[in-house]
Design a protein around this ligand. Structure first.
Ligand SMILES: Nc1nc2c(ncn2[C@@H]2O[C@H](COP(=O)(O)OP(=O)(O)OP(=O)(O)O)[C@@H](O)[C@H]2O)c(=O)[nH]1
Ligand SMILES: [Mg+2]
Length: 292
């Protein structure tokens, strides 16, 4: 129950922008006119044209309670949720990638806090060496979470930071290494190659690494996120998506087209700025929060 209320609060804007309105419209039954209005609302919530069409078609064709039809369609689009993976042989390594300001460092900190609370031995790695402030920001998160931060100087080679962190983890029985990287434009080849380098370095130390390469996406950019994800996936091979700032947008509908268009699971959602505001993505709870 607590989880549902928490999610409802985080998804309020998206709910008010579309789902709440759609539900009050369809409760009394569906008409062609209502479907047109709903389609417009779907597009406004950045659900994307193809996915909007798919939802409207389902609602036109399927018989039964329209709210249930909508619920089943959303569940179908979001698919079965997937959890973060752990490596059989420690350490588990998560690399966080994404464009500037998407929420990578915040997500790294929240993850460290959560797994530390769960009794795991966690370290953070400051592989954003572009700005001194970025290293400081991660160190702050390290303090908040109570976990060590492996960092070099500003301008240091990011491969060397990742190498040190994973090596330290192997020699010290650390369960989880979370690597924070610099924000980069997905259109800049040299920066994308830097990420490949991080992966090359850690896969040399430990096979099957990294365990997860997570693209941190800012939900407020709506449908633009799809193109961003495609390019990151092509370059570094993503295992999952973290959708942040869902609390700050009415465009949360974009989550519905991610799985369908990219086939990459959303594994975590961020719905606020504090340590606790990051949750595993759970399809059923998510849909309940939007529709109830
Ligand atoms: N409301 C809200 N704000 C968030 C969330 N996640 C991150 N933020 C905020 O977004 C801003 C950018 O977050 P960072 O974690 O610094 O982003 P980043 O990707 O590391 O940024 P760069 O390192 O500059 O590329 C900060 O002000 C965060 O507090 C979220 O889920 N909800
Ligand atoms: Mg950062």
């Amino acid at each position: 129950m607590a989880m549902l209320n928490f999610l409802k609060r985080g998804l309020k804007k998206t709910k008010d922008g579309f789902f709440g309105r759609a539900i009050s419209m369809i409760k009394g039954g569906i008409t062609a006119e209502k479907l047109e209005d709903i389609q417009e609302l779907l597009l406004l919530s950045d659900v994307g044209p193809e996915t909007s069409e798919y939802i409207i078609e389902k609602m036109r064709k399927e018989k039964g309670d329209p709210v249930e039809v909508l619920r089943n369609t959303l569940i179908d689009l979001l698919g079965i949720d997937e959890r973060l993976k752990f490596s059989q042989i420690p350490p588990t390594v998560y690399t966080l990638v994404g464009v500037n300001g998407s929420g990578k460092t915040t997500t790294a900190g929240k993850l460290a806090w959560r797994f530390k609370r769960d009794g795991k031995r966690v370290i953070l790695a400051a592989a954003d060496t572009f700005r001194a402030a970025a290293i400081e920001q991660l160190k702050e998160w390290g303090k908040r979470a109570g976990v060590p931060v492996i960092a070099h100087q500003m301008g240091a080679d990011v491969g060397a930071v990742a190498y040190d962190a994973v090596k330290h983890a192997i020699s010290n029985g650390i369960d989880l290494v979370i690597i924070d990287t610099a924000g980069r434009l997905h259109t800049k080849d040299n920066l994308m190659r830097e990420l490949e380098k991080i992966h090359k370095v850690i896969s040399k130390l430990s096979s099957n690494q990294p365990t997860e390469t997570l693209l941190v996406l800012d939900a407020t950019i709506g449908q633009n996120a799809i193109q961003q994800a495609r390019i990151f996936d092509k370059s570094v091979g993503l295992t999952g998506i973290v959708l942040t700032k869902l609390d700050g947008t009415a465009k949360g509908g974009m989550i519905l087209s991610i799985k369908k268009e990219l086939g990459i699971p959303v594994k975590l959602i961020g719905i606020g700025e504090s340590v606790e505001d990051l949750r595993d993505f759970d399809t059923f709870k998510f849909v309940d929060a939007l529709l109830e």
